[in-house]
Design a protein around this ligand. Structure first.
Ligand code: PGA
Length: 238
């Protein structure tokens, strides 16, 4: 079954998140949707949500400690209180805008893995690498997997070309399939595609056999759109 994940980024308030989660849960129940669904709200909006077992609430970031003196960061003690066991690591906005280093990303990966979190680990090439050709892209993507234990059973990879994130530019079906197929020679875990996925292009992307699901930002922030996305995914058979 195809996976559908929504990354809220810096959007939605505590109140609108609660409404979103409960509406999605109601929709999923009404339509008997069984696909794995992930929602990543902002830290401030995390709560003890009562949702169907196929819906997981995760965090967009975390610091690799239980607790301690790391001003502004959040450790697992705080997440435990909400039963959070799912995290995004390596998102391009954290790599490029927040300047998170590969070392820190690997540290986070190891820590959250040792705490048995489900990890959605994001990789993706910037435009200049894409322009340099397929070989450069593959080399870049594999370098982002350096130090990452790919045999971890709770790992999901998200391939999100940086030039396609929030830009309205989607990779072509052929490009997505080519990259996913190459990644699958090395990776045994599900691989999601992300980057300007919308209700309108979702079906086509999910129909690619090498795509196990999608990680969606802006296209998922309207409740109706995200509900629609879960329904589209539930109708895909391969
Ligand atoms: P986008 O973001 O759907 O807005 O392009 C995707 C992501 O960053 O996960």
């Amino acid at each position: 079954m195809k996976i559908v994940a929504s990354n809220f980024k810096t959007n939605h308030t505590r109140l609108s998140t609660a409404g979103f989660v409960s509406k999605v849960d109601g929709f999923v129940k009404e339509n008997s949707i069984k696909n794995p669904i992930f929602i990543f709200p902002s830290f401030l909006s995390i709560d003890n949500f009562d949702v169907s077992s196929n819906i997981s609430i995760g965090v967009q970031n975390g610091y690799p400690v239980d607790n301690g003196s790391y001003t502004g960061e959040v450790g697992t003690d705080a997440l435990d209180e909400f039963g959070i066991k799912t995290i995004l690591i390596g998102h391009s906005e954290r790599r490029h805008i927040l300047k998170e280093s590969n070392d820190l990303i690997v540290k986070k990966y190891d820590f959250f893995k040792s705490n048995n979190y489900k990890i959605i680990y994001c990789i993706g090439e910037p435009l200049e690498v894409k322009t340099a050709g397929l070989e450069a892209v593959i080399e870049y993507l594999f370098s982002q997997l350096d130090g990452i234990d790919l045999s971890y059973e709770n790992l999901i990879i998200a391939y999100e070309p940086v030039w396609a994130i929030g830009t309205g530019k989607v990779a072509t079906i052929e490009d997505i399939n080519e990259i996913h197929t190459i990644l699958k020679t090395k990776i045994n875990t599900p691989i999601l595609y992300g980057g300007s996925v919308k209700v309108d292009n979702l079906e086509q992307i999910l129909n690619i056999k090498s795509v196990d699901g999608v990680l969606v930002g802006s296209g998922s922030w309207k409740i109706e759109d995200f509900c629609q996305m879960t329904l589209i995914a539930s109708n895909i058979k391969n």
